[in-house]
Design a protein around this ligand. Structure first.
Ligand SMILES: [Zn+2]
Length: 135
């Protein structure tokens, strides 16, 4: 990392950073293997299906029974942030009435649920595993 240009050291989306793994839903250790069996989050039958091990580095992705329960807290926090942003944008800046506002807010939250669900799991496993490129 030291021999790379300065822009790579400060770019949080560059490979080697946790945000890269989280936003692309990649294995936190090698950042190459995909965390889920199906890349489409809106296929609800395979929404939570993950390989037992990373297909590239072999990291145990299902570390223990109930490992991803903690991801529910992260999912809750992400959903709250999204709800506050949508609320501030729609209710305060556009001045909608409460009924259409709530319908719009619920639509956004339900529509983004699969994406938030997967991102929460990626954040959760990134809390426990760090990037090791030469593994
Ligand atoms: Zn991996």
């Amino acid at each position: 990392m030291r021999n790379k240009p300065f822009i790579y050291q400060i770019n949080p989306f560059h490979k080697g950073k946790r945000l890269y793994s989280i936003l692309r839903l990649k294995c936190p250790r090698c950042q190459e293997g995909y965390l889920f069996l199906n890349k489409n989050p809106y296929n609800l039958c395979t929404l939570d299906k993950m390989p037992k091990n990373c297909p590239v580095c072999g990291l145990d992705l299902v570390r223990e029974t109930g490992f991803y329960y903690g991801a529910m807290m992260i999912s809750h926090a992400l959903t709250t942030v999204i709800a506050v942003i949508v609320h501030l944008t729609v209710f305060h800046f556009y001045g909608w009435e409460i009924a259409p506002h709530l319908i719009f807010l619920l639509s956004i939250i339900i529509g983004l649920f699969p994406v938030v669900f997967r991102m929460a799991r990626a954040i959760w496993i990134n809390l426990f595993v760090e990037y090791k490129p030469d593994f």
